[in-house]
Design a protein around this ligand. Structure first.
Ligand SMILES: [Zn+2]
Ligand SMILES: [Zn+2]
Length: 241
């Protein structure tokens, strides 16, 4: 099997994988195509670095860093390995995953290549599967409700994207880029409907506030749950629709 027989490019500015054609500009970040490399070239020049979060959870990041790529996470669950989101780089040396489940459609990474190579199943919320940027990416399941899978809990939020879904596994929460943290302050992701994003933030708080969590894994951070929750409280208190 030649994994790279179909046309595929990786945008070095944002890490988006463009499947099946060579557009003038990146569909995600609008960078010119002089910034694209082939997925095969990407796989030869970048690897995926695994960093331990807990005994069962690892961060996955391209190395050297690849543009705006968001951190993906690997969970060694009861009976299968499940990724939350997917790196931009395809690295054949990674342990086989059974499923790749997306928080939303912004960073689909090289999920189609991992899917083919490992016969993995790719899941995304049905609303985010409809977006134009998702059209060339294969999905095996388009979920439309909250669900439980091998100890992972999925909560559909809407907000940042219509299908945005966050996850928890044991005492770890996965929220991707719903919020960012810098200089001790939390901000909502500005790329989405403002009012709905705040409503989603309130829902996240409600779903998590009585749980027994230790860590929150985001797109470029892993922080203590108590710290994250208090920053979210501050953010919600200062937000108006
Ligand atoms: Zn791009
Ligand atoms: Zn996003």
């Amino acid at each position: 099997m030649n994994l790279f027989e179909n046309e595929q490019y990786v945008c070095k500015v944002c890490g988006f994988n463009i499947i099946g054609h060579f557009p003038e500009r990146c569909p995600f970040c609008d960078a010119l195509n002089e910034n694209f490399i082939t997925a095969e070239n990407c796989s030869e020049n970048y690897k995926v670095l695994e960093t331990k979060v807990t005994n069962k959870v690892k961060r996955l990041n391209s190395t050297p860093p690849l543009g705006l790529e968001h951190t993906a996470y690997s969970i060694k669950a009861e009976d299968q390995t499940i990724w939350i989101d997917c790196p931009s780089t395809f690295d054949s040396s990674l342990e086989k995953m059974d499923k790749i489940i997306f928080t939303h459609h912004h960073f689909l990474g090289a999920s189609n290549l991992y899917r083919s190579y490992n016969t993995a199943f790719v899941w995304i919320h049905i609303e985010d599967s409809k977006h134009i940027m998702s059209q060339n990416h294969p999905f095996d399941k388009k979920f439309d409700t909250d669900f439980h899978l091998s100890g992972i809990k999925a909560f559909h939020i809407d907000g940042h994207t219509p299908g945005f879904t966050f996850f928890s596994y044991e005492d770890v929460v996965f929220v991707c880029d719903y919020v960012s943290i810098s200089e001790g302050k939390m901000k909502f992701n500005p790329y989405g409907p403002h009012g709905k994003t705040i409503e989603g933030g309130k829902l996240i708080k409600k779903l998590l506030e009585n749980g027994n969590y230790q860590k929150v894994c985001g797109f470029d951070y892993v922080v203590a749950f108590s710290e994250w929750m208090s920053l979210l409280d501050d953010l919600l208190n200062s937000s108006t629709n």
